[in-house]
Design a protein around this ligand. Structure first.
Ligand code: G
Ligand code: G
Ligand code: MN
Ligand code: NA
Length: 251
């Protein structure tokens, strides 16, 4: 698979595509953004899950060119959708490998320039564990990204070992609560309390909160009064190819 991935990347990212999952602004009840999610398809294995190919790309360093392609493609897509919804926001996942070295920030800057996208239309998602880091270079990258005017989201919140205290001085603009807190929401008072608690803590320090993984009306009913800013989940939409996303979610 690694050799196929490498070949695809060398061959103009053949077989790679991005799907887009809608994000609902709970204040307006409308789709105001999307998360770009990488897809890979090849003759030998058919559709391969990112859960499988992202770690391979990380291990081999191929995530660097691939991550640049993702960012460029998602930015161009977002630019075209801002013609329809001017403040449409595109969220892009970054791997920890991409924050090594000092090429990321200039690359984001170039991408914005080339696509003509405004920094306020872009959000970079990084997994929770990197925000817990006291490592100066890691924090410097987050600071520099934010100085561009690009917002930073802490992904998969609640799955790592980080304490809630990290929210106090976190360089995150948005926290995305992991979907494991939604699956038992109707029976688990812990999960409900956790979400409410995180919303309160985040809002206290000016961080917005997105809840991931809302799949049913019952789950939505259970969280709808919790003050969440955004919701992302199959109830509102799965990840779709760009044309289908456009048809389903944009006016
Ligand atoms: O789309 P799906 O739910 O199958 O994604 C599975 C995982 O793959 C998620 O954790 C998601 O963050 C990750 N992923 C999807 N696309 C990208 C990408 O472009 N870059 C990185 N680093 N991770 C991605
Ligand atoms: O780790 P990250 O948050 O980037 O992963 C996003 C992944 O979560 C995507 O693969 C997406 O398909 C998946 N996802 C989004 N909403 C839901 C949902 O409501 N239910 C389930 N099971 N997965 C979801
Ligand atoms: Mn994500
Ligand atoms: Na997540």
């Amino acid at each position: 698979l690694v050799e196929l991935l490498r070949g695809s990347i060398e061959n103009g990212f053949e077989g790679f595509s991005l799907s887009y999952q809608p994000q609902i602004d709970t204040h307006t009840g409308t789709v105001t953004g999307a998360e770009a999610l990488a897809r890979y398809q090849c003759d030998e294995f058919g559709a391969v899950s990112p859960v499988e190919f992202i770690p391979l790309l990380e291990k081999t360093g191929l995530i660097i060119p691939m991550g640049m392609w993702v960012l460029r493609t998602a930015a161009a897509q977002c630019k075209s959708w801002t013609d329809i919804v001017s403040d449409f926001v595109m969220s892009v996942n970054l791997s920890y490998r991409q924050i090594d070295g000092d090429s990321l920030v200039p690359f984001i800057e170039d991408t914005l320039q080339e696509s003509g996208l405004s920094p306020s239309n872009l959000v970079i998602e990084m997994t929770e564990s990197y925000f817990a880091s006291e490592d100066a270079p890691v924090r410097a990258v987050f600071d520099q990204v934010r100085q561009l005017g690009v917002r930073v989201a802490m992904d998969d919140f609640g799955t790592g070992y980080s304490a809630l205290g990290i929210l106090k001085k976190s360089p995150a603009d948005i926290v995305k609560i992991d979907r494991m807190f939604v699956s038992d929401i109707q029976s688990s008072s812990f999960d409900a309390t956790f979400i409410k608690f995180v919303v309160e803590l985040c809002h206290d320090v000016g961080i917005e909160v997105c809840l991931e993984g809302v799949e049913t009306d019952g789950e939505y009913a259970a969280v709808s009064a919790m003050g969440l800013d955004y919701i992302q989940g199959f109830l509102f939409g799965r990840p779709y190819p760009p044309d289908e996303f456009r048809r389903r979610f944009l006016p």
